[in-house]
Write a protein that binds this ligand. Structure first.
Ligand SMILES: *[C@@H]1O[C@H](CO)[C@@H](O)[C@H](O)[C@H]1NC(C)=O
Ligand SMILES: *[C@@H]1O[C@H](CO)[C@@H](O)[C@H](O)[C@H]1NC(C)=O
Ligand SMILES: *[C@@H]1O[C@H](CO)[C@@H](O)[C@H](O)[C@H]1NC(C)=O
Ligand SMILES: *[C@@H]1O[C@H](CO)[C@@H](O)[C@H](O)[C@H]1NC(C)=O
Ligand SMILES: *[C@@H]1O[C@H](CO)[C@@H](O)[C@H](O)[C@H]1NC(C)=O
Ligand SMILES: *[C@@H]1O[C@H](CO)[C@@H](O)[C@H](O)[C@H]1NC(C)=O
Ligand SMILES: *[C@@H]1O[C@H](CO)[C@@H](O)[C@H](O)[C@H]1NC(C)=O
Length: 558
């Protein structure tokens, strides 16, 4: 009897040893597949910059939720790409918890209660990517209320922990990142004096190689929010400072506007997309526009990338036509709390039957004059950032955040270090009247796509170019079978508010010609600001994360 026990004991020991050896051989993950180089086993973050992806990743590694990682990465983006996003703006979260339930947290800016009824008369005639320094376009910032709501619902780590890495970085400083440096060089002293003073100081030059940039004032502000909670921003000391600075710059923001701002939680809209369910935020986000483009293109049933000139021409012609029709429908994207009767019309455009109707009107051999598409005189814009996160427990966050134009309104609040948004200009060409509290329409479409075995977390920056950047990445990845990296790198084609077709530099020369022959007006896309796609995907147990190279992004994971 005793002998048998000893025997079993040794057998058990041998088995244990065997399992350990196997575990070591298979990279400590005995039950997981060997993932290819550059992919991850557990979790990943794709933000605009490597540093912010790493900060998000570190938060996940410390046991943070996907929301925790996303907030930390966004706070970091506020100093690495302060021209794109920050706490003076607003954001849209699509959050999937580990059991697959999806919620939208909307903290987009709202029109202040004293919004000038004649504001829309001063909309610019032509698009300008850069801030004009006028405070009249500033909406009530929702960013911090959004973080607070997301953290309250899904946070695991203490609130202050999400701020610490960025506060440290803001105080210590860092060499000016390439993309931020390019934006700084465009700051105009006369138009945006407060911004000029903050970024260029007494010398008026940026030496990207030697200059260490710090954000001392913003660090103080972030520290107050970290230690005292969001109320200090909405009802406390920061609110007072911010309102004073905004009013001085010609804005109409009041203490009451800040005090009554609420982030909202709503259901996602779900659109079937092949084997996936695509979760997108409802209006005023642009998710419906993205789903319309995808549904129109889906009907052409293309299974691989177009190869010959003829195939490419056909594909891009249809794609461009789909965008011309879709741009003419932008007016349906409105704040449902103010124009509830419009929401049905917006929902319609996500339906297959609607896409079928538009597809049937697309002719393979012609295009139409701009008037045909019923385009409104909306303004093309650039800006924004996006963070995609997939956490170890399977929960996911796609969050797009913005201050609208490059450097928002161009108003820098000297007493808080906050750059204010220019979100109210998104109403231009889209509505005849702005109501206090109303949110302007947006192209932002943070999306989570889920099938039985896969999950794809994706979103884009780039103002009105967001829809094209996302559609291109999704079509090239999901339908044409290109890797996520290749799909994102595919040369982009945008259709602007005047139906001009803007192509990226590396777009096919042959197709350039054939599209012109079909009657499209082609121009080279301005690349002084780029739209970008950042995505994380889990497939077969491995996680692939890609940040767009157009903004020199890099993802991080473990
Ligand atoms: C301005 O130039 C001076 C002299 O070159 C230099 O010492 C200083 O650091 C510069 N300041 C900024 C903000 O770049
Ligand atoms: C932070 O909160 C504490 C206690 O709630 C309060 O005494 C203090 O004034 C607050 N600080 C700011 C800057 O609002
Ligand atoms: C925000 O929520 C508070 C508390 O529920 C409410 O009193 C306030 O009216 C809300 N603000 C707005 C603008 O709806
Ligand atoms: C376009 O194609 C249709 C049939 O698909 C044909 O009837 C028509 O003549 C063509 N138009 C031109 C301008 O080639
Ligand atoms: C433009 O509007 C008119 C009138 O509402 C409508 O008949 C037409 O179908 C619209 N055109 C497109 C391309 O949607
Ligand atoms: C495509 O056409 C545009 C507009 O004519 C031109 O600026 C661009 O250089 C062309 N691109 C290529 C790759 O030929
Ligand atoms: C945008 O991307 C292109 C191509 O990668 C690059 O040449 C250009 O410098 C980028 N623009 C900015 C502002 O970084």
């Amino acid at each position: 009897m005793a002998k048998t026990k000893v025997y079993i004991f040794y057998c058990f020991l041998a088995l244990l040893l065997f399992i350990t050896i196997i575990a070591v051989i298979f990279n400590n993950h005995p039950l997981e597949p060997a993932c290819p180089n550059g992919t991850f086993h557990n979790a990943a973050v794709a933000a605009d910059t490597r540093k912010c992806s790493e900060i998000g990743r570190d938060i996940l590694q410390r046991g943070g939720s996907a929301v925790d990682g996303a907030i930390a990465a966004l706070l970091c983006t506020g100093i690495m790409n302060p021209q794109s996003a920050g706490i003076g703006g607003g954001s849209m979260f699509t959050v999937m918890d580990s059991s697959g339930n999806v919620n939208i947290i909307n903290s987009r800016e709202t029109a202040p209660s004293n919004v000038n009824p004649d504001l829309l008369n001063s909309c610019r005639r032509s698009s300008n990517m850069f801030a004009d320094g006028n405070g009249k376009w500033i909406g009530v910032p929702g960013e911090i209320r959004g973080y607070e709501m997301a953290h309250k619902l899904y946070g695991k780590l203490p609130w202050a922990d999400l701020f610490q890495p960025t506060i440290k970085l803001a105080r210590e400083g860092f060499p000016i990142p390439l993309v931020q440096g390019k934006a700084i060089k465009k700051i105009d002293k006369n138009q945006t004096p407060s911004l000029w003073e903050a970024f260029l100081g007494e010398n008026g030059t940026v030496n990207q190689e030697t200059r260490n940039i710090t954000f001392e004032k913003l660090a103080d502000t972030l520290e107050m929010i970290a230690n005292n909670g969001s109320d200090v921003f909405y009802t406390g000391k920061i609110a007072e400072d911010l309102v004073r600075d905004v009013q001085e710059a010609g804005g109409v923001l009041t203490l009451e506007d800040l005090a009554s701002y609420n982030a909202t939680v709503t259901d996602a809209w779900v659109v079937p997309m092949g084997e996936y369910q695509m979760y997108i935020p409802p209006p005023p986000s642009g998710g419906a526009l993205l789903s319309l483009i995808l549904n129109i293109m889906k009907g052409y049933q293309m299974k691989s990338s177009p190869q010959s000139t003829d195939q490419k021409t056909q594909f891009y012609h249809r794609y461009v036509e789909a965008f011309k029709y879709t741009n003419g429908l932008k007016k349906r994207i409105v704040d449902p709390n103010f124009k509830s009767e419009e929401i049905k019309k917006a929902k319609q455009i996500t339906e297959d039957s609607f896409a079928d109707r538009i597809r049937s009107r697309i002719s393979d051999n012609r295009t139409h004059d701009p008037e045909y598409y019923n385009l409104t005189s909306y303004l093309d814009s650039m800006g924004t950032t996006h963070v995609s996160v997939l956490a170890g427990d399977g929960s996911a966050v796609a969050v797009t955040s913005t201050i609208n134009h490059i450097f928002g309104s161009g108003v820098y609040s000297r007493s808080t270090g906050i750059i204010l948004n220019s979100e109210l200009s998104d109403f231009c060409g889209m509505t005849d009247k702005i109501s206090p509290g109303e949110q302007p329409p947006s192209s932002m479409a943070p999306a989570v796509l889920k099938s039985d075995s896969e999950i794809l977390v994706i979103g884009a920056s780039g103002g009105s170019r967001i829809t094209s950047a996302l559609a291109s990445a999704l079509i090239n990845h999901l339908w044409f079978g290109n890797s996520l990296k290749e799909a994102i790198a595919t040369p982009l084609v945008f259709v602007d508010s005047k139906t001009s077709v803007e192509v990226e530099l590396h777009f096919y020369k042959d197709v350039n010609m054939t599209l012109k022959a079909l009657g499209h007006l082609l121009k080279l896309a301005d690349d002084s600001y780029n739209s970008t796609v950042n995505a994380v995907e889990k497939k077969g147990g491995c996680i692939c994360a890609e940040s767009d190279d157009r903004k020199r992004g890099e993802a991080a994971g473990y």
